[in-house]
Design a protein around this ligand. Sequence first.
Ligand SMILES: NC(=O)c1ccc[n+]([C@@H]2O[C@H](COP(=O)([O-])OP(=O)(O)OC[C@H]3O[C@@H](n4cnc5c(N)ncnc54)[C@H](OP(=O)(O)O)[C@@H]3O)[C@@H](O)[C@H]2O)c1
Length: 202
Amino acid sequence: MKILLIGGRGTIGKKLAAALGKLEKTDLIIAGRTSGDQQVDITSSASIRDLFGRLPLLDAVVCTAGTGYYGDFQTMTEEQMLPGIKGKLLGQINVVLIGKDYLREGGSFTLTSGVAAEQPAHNGTTVAMINGAINSFVLSAAQELKQDKRINAVSPGLVEDSLERYGALFPGSDAVPMTRVVNGYLRSIFGALNGEIIKVYQ
Ligand SMILES: NC(=O)c1ccc[n+]([C@@H]2O[C@H](COP(=O)([O-])OP(=O)(O)OC[C@H]3O[C@@H](n4cnc5c(N)ncnc54)[C@H](OP(=O)(O)O)[C@@H]3O)[C@@H](O)[C@H]2O)c1
């Protein structure tokens, strides 16, 4: 089974990569902006097209790449919101729109949204909006994909390995164990779920 993991050297991605790497008959290709086996910038549709063009047909495409702006709502500008929209939101959408032609029949996409879609953090409007849009894209795209291709989103809460980096943004949040987050992705990749938002924070 050939799996492309975009963002596979990031905090969540590397734990997922370690779990996938232990499975038999799984051929894992890790992509990142500067890290991994293959380079791609998901803010660029040309770069995404180039990546898929270099790879064999895939059974699963997983994206754990992207982030968004945190900052004061009163002074927040379009310029501050755009990188996250172009990266985490449109980047993941383009991975699906372009990648669907490089996915085998019955293959799957797994995107990443986040708890902020339902429980926005203070100063986290951009991220909340992006995560909500990803979830809605997944619900709708699941109805449109052909050849039994599936799509889901994993929506993590603050993960344990990010406590130091992001903990201050989410006071009082219980951090989610990495094994729970990884299992959410495994359910999407290897299960039969389609059009599901796999919430790993409840
Ligand atoms: N960490 C959390 O607690 C948490 C909670 C909820 C949701 N999430 C979401 O989960 C996802 C992963 O989070 P994370 O904390 O694991 O992120 P991270 O540690 O910052 O890692 C991000 C990964 O994505 C790659 N990447 C970033 N921008 C890219 C681009 N434009 N094109 C291609 N690859 C790119 C990076 O590669 P390079 O290093 O090579 O640039 C890196 O491997 C994000 O969407 C985040 O919003 C995270």
